[in-house]
Design a protein around this ligand. Structure first.
Ligand code: DC
Length: 288
């Protein structure tokens, strides 16, 4: 794929993809593309429109509606301009500008991603102009996202948005990025961890959002979601043949990020100076 540097991280729920993606994005001055958020937004959209998560033709219709929205195209630019915006750091002007943007888009249908103001911070997700960043993170919507993502027409329909959003380079995280969405990505990683470790992380995330859930329940939900994501026919969760496996069990975040940065550095050194330039550190950052 032509365009900027693309680093993709696939793996099961709770493996630490989002946090690692954010740290890498910060490290290389790239925007983050959270593709799970797109499936989550579709699940929420379906719920609000009264379309069942099992209704293949209803979901195909909603997907077309989301995907045909011109916002996707304009946000591809916005997302890839995150570097430029983030150079201004978290200035209040940047916040004001983007809030104005959100308000202006309030009547627009479809899904929009608002790039983070600071490098490496999480993007915000708007659905028909509403900020649904928090609403798509409930356990119910996690399950819904997994269900809607199993429909081939949904996956096919959301390919274009993902490619547009990633076209100018990003750190993208998901399930089928290295295999289907960005098969030519320069760097592919498959991040995983022991089931119980992943469940404990998810439990912690939910607690931070004010939901207290028993570990056994989180573990059961996570395993059934993994099972569905791995066994679906369309683009199942699977490690790409050329992805590097990283197991985060027993490792802290710094160690995982360090391992990935080291691998990228090693591969760039092999590829020569041209590749090194493409992922130069942001000014003022020390090499990992
Ligand atoms: O990464 P996540 O937990 O936000 O993803 C939610 C669901 O979306 C996940 O269970 C499967 C689906 N998904 C997918 O099928 N392909 C992706 N690239 C990303 C997510």
């Amino acid at each position: 794929m032509a365009g900027g540097l693309l680093i993709v991280i696939d793996g099961p729920a709770g493996a630490g993809k989002s946090t690692v993606a954010r740290r890498l994005a910060e490290r290389y001055g790239l925007p983050v593309l959270d593709t799970g958020a797109i499936y989550r937004a579709l699940a929420l959209f379906a719920r609000e429109r009264g379309v069942a998560w099992s209704d293949a033709s209803g979901l195909a219709r909603l997907t077309t509606e989301l995907a045909s929205d011109a916002n996707a195209a304009s946000d591809a630019n916005a997302a890839s301009d995150a570097n430029a915006a983030s150079d201004a750091a978290v200035s209040s002007d940047a916040n004001a500008a983007s809030d104005a943007n959100i308000t202006a888009e309030a009547a627009t249908p479809g899904i929009r991603f608002v790039p983070a103001h600071a490098p490496g911070a999480a993007q915000r997700v708007l659905l028909a102009g509403r900020d649904v960043t928090a609403a798509i993170r409930t356990p119910e919507i996690s399950d819904g996202a997994s269900q809607v993502s199993a429909h081939p027409a949904v996956r096919e329909g959301l390919l274009g948005i993902q490619r547009q959003l990633g076209a100018r380079g990003c750190v993208a995280e998901g399930r089928d990025l290295g295999t289907v969405v960005f098969p030519d990505a320069a760097f592919k990683f498959f991040l995983t961890a022991d089931d119980r470790v992943r469940a404990a992380r998810r439990q912690h995330e939910q607690r931070e959002q004010g939901r207290e859930l028993p570990l056994e329940q989180v573990l059961r939900d996570l395993q059934s979601r993994d099972e569905r994501d791995q066994s679906r026919e369309a683009a199942p969760l699977v490690q790409a043949a050329d992805a590097v496996l990283v197991d985060s069990t027993g490792k802290d975040l710094d160690a995982v990020v360090h391992a990935i940065v080291a691998e990228i550095g090693r591969r760039q050194a092999e590829a020569g100076p041209k590749a090194r330039l493409a992922t130069r550190s942001r000014p003022g950052q020390s090499p990992a």
